[in-house]
Design a binder for this molecule. Structure first.
Ligand SMILES: C[S@@+](CC[C@H](N)C(=O)[O-])C[C@H]1O[C@@H](n2cnc3c(N)ncnc32)[C@H](O)[C@@H]1O
Ligand SMILES: O=c1cc(-c2ccc(O)cc2)oc2c(O)c(O)ccc12
Length: 239
C-alpha cells in the first residue's frame, strides 16, 4: 500500500501538512466514494504506465465530478487525457447525451484506459482527438463552436495554459466553467530556488506563477484557487 501510494502520488503529502492528513482525506472521504471503474483505471495505470503519478489525483477528481454535476454540464472539453482518469470521471458525471472533446498528443496512454471506459458504457460520449490541443481549439472556433461549451478541464502542457485560456474564453458559454489542474505545482509556486532536475521543473513553476497572476487579473472570470490535489483553479466565465 505504502509503495503504491508513493508510486501513484507525486507529492505524497498532497499540499497538506503531513502525509497522514492527505491519506486521512483519501481514505475517509475519497476512496470509499470512488467509482469501482475509476479505481480499476487507476490500478491499471499504476501497473502499466511508468509515469502513473501524472494522472489526476482522486481528490481533485471528486471535486471535478461535483462541479460537472452542479453545473449539469453537457458539452465539455478535456485537454490532457493520459490514460483517461479525468475523462472517465467526466463521462460518468455527465448526462447520457453529454459530449466530450478529449484532446491528447498521446493515443498510446489513452489505449491503456480505453477498455475500462468501454466497460463503463460511456465511450459514445467521447470524441478523442489525437493532436496538440491549440490547433484543435482554433478549429473548434472556426467551425462555429464559440460560446457553446459548458465545461473544460485543462491538464496538459502547463506552459500553454495561458494560450488555452484565451481560446477557452471564446469557446465557453457565459456561465461556463474551466478548471485548471496543478496550479500550485507541488507548492513550488511559493518557493524560491531552482527546480530543474525534479518533477517540478523551474520552467513549469514559472509558467504556473504567470498563469495564476493572469487568472487573478482577468475580469472575464470569477475564480477560486484551491489546495486540492496539486492545486486546482476553478474559473467561471462571467463576461
Ligand atoms: C497530466 S497528464 C493528463 C492527466 C489526465 N487528466 C488524467 O486524468 O490522468 C498530461 C497529458 O497531456 C498531454 N499533452 C502534453 N502536451 C499536450 C498538448 N500540447 N496537447 C495535448 N495534449 C498534450 C500528455 O500527452 C499527457 O497525456
Ligand atoms: O510531473 C508531471 C508532469 C506532467 C506533464 C508532463 C508532460 C506533459 O506533456 C504534460 C504534463 O504533468 C503532471 C501532472 O499533471 C501532475 O498532476 C503531477 C505531475 C506531473
Amino acid at each position: 500500500m505504502e509503495k503504491d501510494f508513493q508510486k501513484t502520488f507525486t507529492v505524497p503529502r498532497g499540499l497538506l501538512q503531513s502525509q497522514e492528513l492527505y491519506k486521512y482525506i483519501l481514505e475517509t472521504s475519497v476512496f470509499p466514494r470512488e467509482a469501482e471503474l475509476l479505481k480499476e483505471l487507476r490500478e491499471v495505470t499504476a501497473a502499466k504506465h511508468p509515469r502513473a503519478y501524472i494522472g489526476t489525483t482522486p481528490d481533485a477528481g471528486q471535486l471535478l465530478s461535483m462541479l460537472l454535476k452542479l453545473t449539469n454540464a453537457k458539452k465539455t472539453i478535456e485537454i490532457g487525457v493520459f490514460t483517461g482518469y479525468s475523462l472517465l470521471l467526466t463521462a460518468l458525471s455527465t448526462a447520457d447525451d453529454g459530449k466530450i472533446v478529449a484532446i491528447d498528443v498521446d493515443r498510446e496512454s489513452y489505449e491503456i484506459g480505453r477498455p475500462i471506459i468501454k466497460k463503463a458504457g460511456v465511450e459514445h460520449k467521447i470524441d478523442f482527438v489525437e493532436s496538440a490541443a491549440l490547433p484543435v481549439l482554433d478549429q473548434l472556433l472556426e467551425q462555429g463552436n464559440a460560446d457553446s461549451f459548458d465545461f473544460a478541464f485543462v491538464d496538459a502542457d502547463k506552459e500553454n495554459n495561458i494560450n488555452y485560456h484565451e481560446r477557452l474564453m471564446k469557446l465557453l458559454k457565459i456561465g461556463g466553467i474551466v478548471v485548471y489542474d496543478n496550479t500550485l505545482w507541488g507548492g513550488s509556486v511559493a518557493m524560491a530556488g531552482d527546480f530543474s532536475g525534479t518533477v517540478y521543473t523551474t520552467r513549469t513553476r514559472d509558467s504556473t506563477i504567470e498563469l495564476n497572476k493572469m487568472l487573478a487579473a482577468d475580469n472575464r472570470i470569477e475564480i477560486s484557487h484551491l489546495p486540492v490535489g496539486d492545486g486546482v483553479t476553478i474559473c467561471r466565465r462571467i463576461l
